[in-house]
Design a protein around this ligand. Structure first.
Ligand code: F6P
Length: 331
């Protein structure tokens, strides 16, 4: 991509056959990500590091930046009448916004937030679903029902990663584009289009400290990788684990590999560790749009029918051949 072509996010979106309302939603999300990037960049200078002193619906301690990023995403998408309701990792129930809006927005405002205080990359993950015409916003439970759609229904998904550069990875169901934040103009400029995950990989990402809790198929698969040249895969693998899903997925979109956060003995009752609707689904859409695959080990992530807004799921995603090898171990 030649940055001198200077294709801004607004121009990229204007050239896609998208409803104006969806363009508006995506531009508002991008605007919120710019504000979050600025806040994260200030870090300790703005007094935004550390704990907020309360827990989210998942029982996890919220960081100040989790709360601030959530507020920024909510504020950016509260106007315009395009978003019917929003749901977030940080809120127990969906927040109805404009009952006649066309879209539902789900997000994890600050993924990997345990990394904030150690100055390692974190990100914002988002997913856009169509709002059902007959949605009922009169109670929390009714509002939740409107969101319970499989990932195949997403009309757009993406993430912003706040690292050495701030990047925005986006799909509207027509490939994956990556934009870099130009800090002088606060605009996202296209720096990679039609991203493809390299087929050949020698890199995997999993939190190996959980090994003793894994089910047999994941143990089998990882054992094959660890045997390297002397094992059935006949090649050496390298391991990377940032513990920010955005950073691990971004590496896979850039240089290939596989990412696993499987259900295990400790999180089985919850269904896994990662959240289906605002972590696994948007990442699965991006990965599939870049030619990769995303599975629970037994079914495509995008086809999982959610039962609850904050449902968790087993996640295996990345280069298609490698994901197929992992699925084979589940056989
Ligand atoms: O959602 C949570 C998350 O922070 C992901 O971004 C990341 O992949 C994972 O948790 C890290 O989990 P662990 O701390 O168990 O390695």
């Amino acid at each position: 991509m030649n940055p001198s072509e200077h294709i801004t996010l607004a121009r990229y979106l204007s050239e896609k056959p998208l409803p104006d309302a969806l363009r508006g939603v995506l531009e508002s999300i991008a605007g919120a990500c710019v504000s979050i990037a600025i806040l994260i960049g200030k870090g300790g200078l703005a007094g935004v590091l550390g704990e907020a002193g309360r827990e989210n619906v998942q029982g996890e301690a919220q960081k100040k930046l989790d709360v601030l990023s959530n507020d920024i995403m909510l504020a950016a998408n509260a106007w315009g009448g395009r978003v019917a309701a929003m749901a977030s990792e940080e809120m127990d129930w969906p927040r109805p916004v404009a009952p006649r809006g066309d879209y539902l927005l789900l997000f994890d405002p600050l993924d990997g937030s345990s990394n904030i205080d150690v100055n390692v990359s974190v990100g914002t993950i988002f997913s856009v679903l169509p709002a059902p015409r007959d949605a009922d916003w009169s109670s929390d439970a009714a509002a939740e029902k409107a969101f319970l759609q499989p990932g195949t229904r997403q009309v757009a998904a993406g993430y912003a990663i706040y690292g050495p550069s701030t990047l925005l990875a986006l799909t509207v169901g027509d490939g994956v584009a990556i934009f870099t934040l130009d800090r002088e103009t606060d605009t996202f400029v296209l720096t990679r289009d039609r991203v493809r995950i390299p087929e050949e990989t020698r890199e995997f990402a999993i939190n190996l400290s959980n090994q003793r809790h894994w089910d047999a198929p994941v143990r089998r698969y990882v054992a094959e990788l660890l045997q390297g040249e002397t094992g059935p895969r006949a090649k050496d693998f390298n391991m990377r684990w940032v513990a920010s899903m955005v950073a691990d997925v971004h590496r896979i979109l850039t240089r290939g590999g596989i990412f696993l956060y499987p259900v295990d003995a400790r999180n089985r009752e919850k269904g896994g560790r990662l959240r289906l609707m605002y972590e696994a689904n948007p990442m699965a859409m991006l990965i599939e749009q870049a030619g990769g695959a995303a599975t629970t080990g037994y079914e495509c992530i995008l086809e999982v029918m959610p039962q609850r807004l904050h449902q968790r799921v087993s996640v295996i995603l990345g280069a298609r051949c490698e994901v197929d090898a992992a699925i084979a171990c589940h056989g």
